[in-house]
Design a protein around this ligand. Structure first.
Ligand SMILES: *[C@@H]1O[C@H](CO)[C@@H](O)[C@H](O)[C@H]1NC(C)=O
Ligand SMILES: *[C@@H]1O[C@H](CO)[C@@H](O)[C@H](O)[C@H]1NC(C)=O
Length: 287
């Protein structure tokens, strides 16, 4: 009974969130001494970076699985040297992490979208893309679909990367550690743009990235209990989870992902011989 009441409470809270979610309710501004701002009655968040500091925020809640959407508009103009990171991460030395990182560039040169997946503290699974639009002109949606079988990265609803659960073949998958959402804007001109050749031009500071339309259709983790926990051990499908829990890419979506990877992918760790002279990571031969 107690867990039923808990579930009912959670679902009514979730409904309230869907109607009136604001950045005030969902996020804490964690660093940057006033350079991170929530505006427009909580509908808009901006991060900025100047010579003194960058800035960042994190979600108040932790999640264990979900479909998490955010719209970002990246630093316009000459953003070379800047990095906007938007990611999910758990805590500790064996943490899991799901990363989007946007590496700035000179005016007119393309941003690089860098992605990575850490499991049990180990990453080294970078895939990088160019985008098929200018990510600084308008807001675009960057989403993570994270369920027990897939971590799917999406841009405006188009899947760009599918990290599959290959646990049965010995590859760890993020499924036990709740994660928070983090974002930051910072100076990384020692490596970000053309491998560190192009430095941040501080005459253009402050640099600003903007966020809106956050939505988490997700299992919230709190005091060791998931809001998606089944009411009893015999019910197989978590009560609060909707379509995303068992979602995977259908054939048209796989085709679209292949189109992106063929035309816009600029780096895949599974083809970087220089980096893995002793052989590629095991998952590289499993797809
Ligand atoms: C920046 O633009 C250059 C030239 O088009 C390109 O080689 C590079 O990959 C772009 N992105 C970054 C992050 O350097
Ligand atoms: C457990 O959940 C299943 C599926 O929701 C339901 O059919 C069953 O009656 C439940 N059992 C108990 C003891 O509540």
């Amino acid at each position: 009974m107690a867990s039923l009441i808990h579930l009912l409470l959670c679902s009514s809270l979730a409904m309230t969130m869907a109607v009136a979610a604001t950045f005030y309710q969902d996020f804490d501004l964690t660093w940057g001494d006033g350079r991170a701002k929530i505006l427009n009655n909580g509908q808009l968040l901006t991060l900025s970076l100047d010579r003194t500091s960058g800035s960042g925020f994190q979600s108040k809640k932790e999640f264990l699985f979900g479909k998490i959407d955010m719209q970002l508009k990246l630093v316009p103009g000459n953003s070379a040297g800047t990095v906007t990171a938007y990611y999910l991460s758990s805590q500790g030395p064996t943490h899991d992490e799901i990363d989007f990182e946007f590496l700035g560039n000179l005016t007119g040169d393309p941003y690089t979208l860098h992605t990575n997946v850490y499991t049990q503290g180990k990453g080294n699974r970078e895939m990088q893309f160019k985008l098929w639009f200018d990510p600084t002109k308008d807001f675009h949606a960057y989403s993570v679909l994270w369920n027990p079988r897939h971590v799917i990265f999406m841009v405006d609803g188009t899947p760009i990367r599918d990290f599959k659960n290959l646990e049965s073949r010995g590859i760890p998958f993020p499924k036990n550690q709740p994660m928070r959402i983090y974002s930051s804007l910072w100076n990384a001109d020692d490596w970000a743009t053309r491998g560190g050749l192009v430095k941040t031009n501080w005459n253009n500071a402050p640099f600003t990235a903007s966020y809106r339309n956050f939505n988490a259709d997700a299992c919230v983790w709190s005091s060791g209990i998931s809001s998606c926990a089944p009411r009893n051990s015999s019910s197989a499908v978590p009560a609060a989870a909707r379509g995303w829990w068992s979602q995977e890419l259908d054939t048209p979506s796989q085709d679209r992902m292949r189109w992106v990877q063929k035309n816009y992918m600029i780096y895949h760790y599974c083809t970087d011989l220089k980096r893995f002279p002793q052989g590629f990571p095991p998952e590289c031969s499993m797809t």
